[in-house]
Every structure is written in C-alpha cells, then in structure tokens.
Design a binder for this molecule. Structure first.
Ligand code: GTQ
Length: 344
C-alpha cells in the first residue's frame, strides 16, 4: 500500500487558507477512517469483577442519597474509549445500579433504549409504561425508547442490577434527551403473563391500542427453564442460546441492541466466529472463561466483560458438573439494520 501525503507535507500558508474556510484535506486521514481489511476498534476487551465493584457501589449508597443521584449508578467504562465517555463499546453503555430499601428513582423517559439484568436482591420493581415489573435475580426488564420508567423498592436488602443502554450511539446521533414525569399509575396486567406461551399470540378482535413492546419482563425462571429444555431436546446442539424477542413480531426485543441467554453445558467449550458487532457477557449462574484474542477472563457469578467486534471469542465452562448461564448483549440489530453485519 502506498504512503499517502501527510498534513506536514503541505505548505503552512495553504493549510492556514484551508482552515480559514473550514476545509480539511482527506488524504492525510484517509487510512484512519478507512483502515485496511478490518476496523481498528477503540473498544478493548475489558472485564469488571462484581466482587471488586460491589463494595464501591455500596459505598455510593452511603455517600450519595438517591435524591442527589436520581439513578445511583457506577458506569462500567471501557478504557479504550476513555473513562469519561462512559462507553463499553461504540454503541453499548453498561452501568451497575443500586437501589436501597425504601428508595425511589423517579419516573422519566428518554430516547435511548435500556434493559435491566437483575444481579442481586429481592423486593425492588421497575414500573414501565404503567406495568409494575418485579425484579428478581436474572430477570430481564425492558425500558424501550420513549417509555416511562421508575424504580421502587419495598424489600429489605440492597438491590443491584446491570443497566444496558444504547446511550453512546443515541448520544453520538445527537438524539439523546430525557423528560421527567409524575409517578405512574400502575395498570393491571402483565405482558409476560399474556405472552407466557411461545407461539400462542394474544389476538384481540376488538382492537385496543396495540403496544409496540407487549412484553417488558422476561423472568429468569422461564428463560432458565427454556434453556434447559432446549439443551435436553437437542443434546448435540453446540450453542444453547435464546434470543430475547418481541413476541408480537418475533424480532429483536429492542431496535438497536440484541439480548440473549446462553447455557454452557458442563465442560463445554464454545467457539464463536468473529462477527462485526461488539458484545457483552455477564454471568448469571456458574462461571465462564471468556477468551478474546490474547485476553483471558475467568468470570465468576455477576462478573461482566465486553469484547470488540470482528474478533473470535471462545467461551469455556470449566465446571464438569454444573451448567453455566450467561447473559449476552450485542450490537447485532444495529449492524443488521445498517447493512454492515458480517461474520468471518
Ligand atoms: O435507570 O433510568 O444506568 O436513565 C442510565 C440512565 C440508568 C435508568 C442508567 C438511566 C437509567
């Protein structure tokens, strides 16, 4: 590949004349924006230990009352992007949120989509679009773009969950904002109960307003049972994986990020191909070794890591007797919609 001209090769008076007109020569930067063969991601393979972050999150509970925080969150920031950017990857934001007994995180809605993966504690709930969603470990709760959400806690122990948002992308698009609202009125009914049976869709005859997001809570007991049923039904299946989907459309649960539950059989090694989207792995139960190029992370329960796109990933369940359950988030829906999705 031939060397392209550098900015310093140009006479200073020419550079000044360009600058005065808000003009920039492409060729000194061409290789940076279109690198050869594959992208050069800022996203670095990074792991966050729950054991290390938990005491710091609990300390935040003492240092900052909920009224001063609105959302008491420690952001899992990727050093490759710079910690101040609050990014796990180009499109993924991760945060660990703490809610203490009796606390309330007031209602708001915003343009970025969010999900919550509950890490520990009982008794908290998120009210989304008027539906009260109880939070138990391993549950996934959606708060899609534009829907009101607030968090409350009637229990007696701290509750912690992992927030996954597409905030970096929506912020980059200059489309990120929020609106505060009053406490929501809770309506009866639960999308998870009315859509509890796969393949059987509620079919109203007298059309009520159709909800774009009919299912907001995916209880872990059901995701876990579905994974075990799939593993038992297909003993030779390599990837025992489920996609959290919108039951009305069969498509991804949200528009930008994809969410999956994966079961690693005892002793299983799973080699994932290099795919263009970046991804996040969070251990719900058991342990998993995640190998991303030269990096090796031994993740224990509640640990989280992220991987850049375009890189093969190997997952290993070192236990000979117990399955491991992993929650995965990735940028696949975004890449597919943009037409840049690829597998290598
Ligand atoms: O719980 O609504 O981690 O608005 C970041 C922004 C959580 C939330 C975050 C948010 C929330």
């Amino acid at each position: 590949m031939n060397e392209l001209g550098r900015l310093e090769d140009l006479p200073q008076d020419y550079r000044d004349a360009l600058k005065a007109q808000n003009l920039v020569p492409l060729w000194p930067s061409l290789r940076a924006v279109l690198p050869p063969g594959k992208p050069r991601p800022n996203t670095r393979a990074t792991a966050w230990s729950y054991q290390a972050l938990r005491p710091l999150l609990m300390q935040a509970g003492q240092l900052t009352p909920i009224e001063k925080a609105e959302r008491r969150v420690l952001v899992l920031a990727n050093p490759g992007h710079g910690l101040d950017k609050m990014q796990a990857s180009a499109a993924i934001y991760l945060g660990m949120q703490l809610l203490l007994p009796g606390e309330w995180a007031p209602s708001h809605r915003h343009t970025p989509n969010a999900v919550r993966m509950i890490v520990e504690g009982e008794g908290a709930y998120t009210t989304v679009d008027g539906e009260k969603c109880p939070m138990s470990r391993g549950d996934l709760i959606l708060t899609p773009t534009g829907l009101w959400h607030e968090h409350g806690h009637d229990g007696s122990e701290p509750v912690v969950w992992l927030d996954v948002l597409d905030l970096p992308l929506v912020h980059y698009m200059e489309a990120s904002y929020h609106v505060d609202g009053p406490r929501q009125t809770v309506h009866p009914g639960s999308g998870h109960r009315s859509h509890a049976h796969g393949g059987l869709l509620p079919t109203p005859v007298f059309e009520r307003s159709r909800k774009a997001y009919p299912m907001l809570r995916y209880p872990w007991v059901e995701a876990r049972a579905a994974l075990q049923a799939l593993a038992a039904d297909q003993p030779t299946l390599d990837a025992v994986q489920l996609t959290y989907s919108n039951p009305a459309t069969g498509g991804d649960a949200e528009n930008i990020l994809g969410f999956y539950a994966l079961m690693l059989r005892p002793g299983q090694t799973l080699n994932l191909p290099a795919r263009s989207p970046a991804s996040v792995f969070h251990v719900i139960e058991g342990g998993a070794q995640v190998r991303i190029e030269e990096q090796v992370f031994d993740l224990a329960e509640a640990d989280t890591c992220c991987a850049p796109g375009y890189t093969p990933i190997t997952l290993v369940n070192a236990s000979a007797s117990a399955p491991a359950f992993v929650f995965i988030a990735d940028e696949s829906p975004l890449h597919r919609k943009l037409g840049v999705y690829e597998t290598r």
